[in-house]
Design a protein around this ligand. Structure first.
Ligand code: ASP
Length: 358
């Protein structure tokens, strides 16, 4: 088991401690980096998307790949690539993470994120933070600079301040589009609409056609990345605002190691998106990796078994992106679409939205 915790490049230089032949076949040999990204899954259908909106999403996914490429191409670590990719997506109102986060029923933005290092199985996660601009960096700080794996709420914010992370007013996360979506959801649930948050800008008109599409598309919009660096190390990270009108401090799968995020150099890395309750119950991310490690399934078969068979059997909806230390990339989703993109060193970027492409 220990051999799996040794980064491949280091193991190769350790002579007597070098992995056995079977482990070598599991360890990366090429030293090529690779990257796979998602921006959420949902009922995303061609007819329901305007050409402009589609172009915006494709450009945002291309930009995400470029940020990861810049880190990995210059020899950076998979963990740094995860942070760089997710920072940009957390700042982009298109995605339900950071600035574009959805609202709770109480009218707050409560953000969740996690990150995991496949070389050491170290991990960090945060839940329910309201003032940290980049929750993925707070998750990273929990992993790197605390003896804990998961922090939540006020304690997590205190730790963020101590770590010198960028703190913003809660209203920084306010967007009219998500607020209007909250109002609609609360009306449909028969729940009271809370006052607009303090510091929120004056109400502006919203594009009701777009809201109709949002509602129909039942888009999630969580973001996630799995990266492999040239040293052969896998890492995975996920960041989200959760689900619209969530209540009572609800936490989804995204910050739960093994459910929404998992990485191990022994098998693979996974980031998930979808209705988190199902992903928690199935421990989706670690289950896919376990099928690869212990049942010898190839990555695509493992991802499909968990998403297309097991998640679907529970009536759960969503998908995953995944990557092995050998550079195999897979995605699997049981929704009509998932924003997704991948790039391997020396290859061409692939960007896809609908179920019938990519
Ligand atoms: N999985 C997230 C959650 O349940 C939502 C999403 O992926 O959009 O919080």
């Amino acid at each position: 088991m220990l051999r799996y915790l040794i980064p491949a490049a280091l193991a190769a230089s350790l002579g007597g401690l070098a992995p056995s032949a079977d482990a070598q076949s599991e360890a990366p040999s090429q030293g090529h980096w690779a990257l796979v990204v998602h921006g959420g899954a949902g009922v995303i259908e061609r007819g329901a998307m305007t050409p402009d909106r589609e172009a915006e999403y494709r450009a945002a996914m291309a930009a995400a790949l470029s940020r990861g490429e810049a880190v990995l191409e210059s020899g950076g670590t998979s963990l740094d690539a995860i942070e760089a990719v997710i920072h940009g997506m957390e700042d982009d109102v298109l995605f339900n993470s950071g600035r574009g986060a959805v609202f709770t029923a109480a009218g707050r933005n409560e953000l969740d994120a996690s990150i995991m290092d496949g070389a050491t199985l170290s991990a960090g996660a945060v839940a329910g933070v309201t003032q940290v601009r980049h929750p993925i960096s707070l998750a990273r700080a929990v992993m790197d600079n605390s003896r804990h794996v998961m922090l939540q709420g006020e304690g997590a914010e205190t730790f963020a301040r101590e770590q010198g992370l960028e703190i913003v007013e809660p209203a920084y996360f306010f967007t009219e589009r998500r607020w209007a979506a909250l109002e609609r959801t609360l009306i449909s649930l028969g729940l009271e609409i809370p006052p607009r948050p303090e510091g929120a800008p004056a109400p502006t008109g919203v594009d009701h056609g777009e809201l109709d599409r949002d509602a129909r598309e039942h888009r999630f919009g969580t973001v996630g990345v799995v990266a492999l660096d040239r040293a052969g190390n896998i890492a995975a990270g996920t960041s989200t605002g959760g689900t619209t009108a969530k209540r009572w401090g609800r936490v989804g799968d995204s910050p739960i190691i093994g459910a929404g995020t998992y990485a191990s150099n022994a098998s693979c890395g996974v980031s998930a998106t979808g209705t988190g309750e199902f992903f928690i119950r199935l421990t989706v991310a670690s289950r896919i990796c376990a099928l690869v490690e212990f049942q010898g399934l190839d990555l695509q078969a493992a991802a499909d078994q968990v998403i297309m068979d097991e998640l679907t059997a529970l009536d759960g909806d969503g998908g995953v992106v995944a990557l092995t230390p050998q550079g195999d990339i897979a995605w699997s989703f049981n929704t009509p679409g998932m924003y997704r993109a991948r790039l391997s060193e020396g290859g061409e970027p692939v960007i896809a939205i609908y179920g019938d492409e990519g």
